[in-house]
Design a protein around this ligand. Structure first.
Ligand code: UD1
Length: 375
């Protein structure tokens, strides 16, 4: 069996690493790794490959940045000859970034089966580019691996047949549990003179949070206010740094908000694991804070990961200053929550993925074996 795994952006690397590692242990499986090049800065890409133990990509499509159409279209054009030459039985895609939908579409148009890791998450907010990527990817996928129970319900509602859906758990959590001890031993907070449990961490990168000066201004005003109580470290995504420059963010309290370069995977986990609070618009960080037992304030009006709210440490606060401060105050007045682990977030999701694929091979689940000639 030949499987092409396609990755492109930071969170893809974290989700794919345990799957690639597990699949490679099976001598009857050949795994090829394609990097679209959506993320290309060393600290957004190469460093993640090194720290997660991902092998060097067999192919790099070097698509770089661009508008959504440009990025998606370039991946389609550059991936097609690779898939034609490799003739894989299956293409695996991860998460919800532009590289995910582009690779899935490219494969299905060539008649190649698609497996999607992290299927079925829905924010029900179609203004999010990721929501469109999720819906389209799931519609063309043959095997849909889910991370939490809500995902199956969403997929069934969208007409996906139940037998294609496999609740395997969360491969991002596999990576977290594998690397947690190594990350924590780094004690990255000490580089910034911070005490354990006495600082916050902020991340922001979504267009909805950073492209509008009023929204970004409200978030930063709230964070600056919190910064009066304790320092906030802000590893800054390149897109956000550009917006800070454009909007000329020179708020007086910015001294309490330490804007730094994006961190490597291990460094970021280390910083988060010892924080008192995390504020973010990221999806994956909502899941990681749940497992780490660190309170998370999500700076969005919705989440596609409801299990982090019902079972984890996540509070949905939106982007308005009063609400952010009110939620943060609730967190800071409450005892530190115990880490809780949603069902199947146990470090074994990639093993379940591999198991499902080998059963698909042997038992013709979803018609995969016949269609791709695996028998
Ligand atoms: C992408 C994903 C988002 C994911 C995020 C993780 C889409 C639509 N968005 O957002 O879901 O949460 O990755 O980080 O796929 N840039 C650099 N260096 C890089 C990469 C990007 O400087 O290595 C800058 C460029 O100016 C680029 C901008 O960041 O235009 C945005 O990058 P892009 O990959 O389009 O989206 P992200 O915001 O990173």
């Amino acid at each position: 069996m030949k499987i092409v795994c396609v990755v492109g952006a930071r969170p893809n690397f974290v989700k794919a690493a345990p799957v690639v590692e597990t699949l490679r242990k099976n001598p009857s499986v050949t795994v090829k790794l394609v990097h679209t090049g959506q993320h290309y800065d060393r600290e957004m890409s190469e460093l993640f490959f090194e720290q997660l133990g991902l092998p060097r990509p067999d192919v790099n499509l070097d698509v770089g940045s661009g508008s959504h159409g440009e990025q998606t279209g370039t991946i389609l054009i550059r991936l097609e000859p690779v898939l034609v030459a490799e003739k894989p039985d299956l293409v695996m895609v991860f998460g919800d970034v532009n590289s995910t939908v582009a690779a899935a579409l490219c494969a299905v148009k060539l008649g190649i089966k698609v497996a999607h890791v992290e299927s079925g998450l829905r924010s029900f907010d179609r203004s999010m580019p990721e929501e469109i990527n999720r819906i389209l990817t799931d519609q063309v996928s043959d095997i849909l691996f889910t991370t939490e129970p809500s995902a199956r319900e969403n997929l069934i509602r969208e007409g996906i047949s139940d037998e294609k859906i496999f609740f395997v758990g969360n491969t991002m959590v596999d990576s977290l549990l594998k690397h947690r001890a190594r990350a924590e031993s780094l004690q990255v907070r000490t580089q910034f003179g911070l005490e354990r449990g006495r600082y916050g961490v902020l991340t922001l990168h979504r267009p909805a949070s950073v492209d509008n000066s009023r929204t970004l201004g409200e978030i930063l005003a709230a964070v600056s206010e919190l910064g009066k109580e304790f320092p906030i470290v802000f590893p800054c995504h390149p897109r956000t740094r550009e917006r800070l420059r454009q909007f000329d963010w020179t708020h007086a309290d910015s001294r309490r908000v330490l804007v730094i370069e994006p961190l490597g995977y291990l460094e970021f986990i280390s910083l988060m694991a010892e924080a008192r609070i995390v504020l973010t618009d990221s999806g994956g960080i909502q899941e990681e804070t749940t497992v780490l037992g660190i309170p998370c304030i999500t700076l969005r009006d919705n989440t596609e990961r409801p299990v982090t709210v019902t079972e984890g440490t996540n509070l949905i606060a939106g982007c308005r200053i009063e609400r952010i401060l009110a939620e943060a105050e609730t967190v800071l007045r409450s005892p530190v929550p115990k880490a809780r682990t949603p069902e199947k977030w146990d470090g074994k999701a990639a093993e379940r993925v591999a198991q499902v694929l080998s059963e698909a091979l042997n038992m013709n689940v979803t018609g995969l074996a016949v269609a791709s000639g695996w028998n």
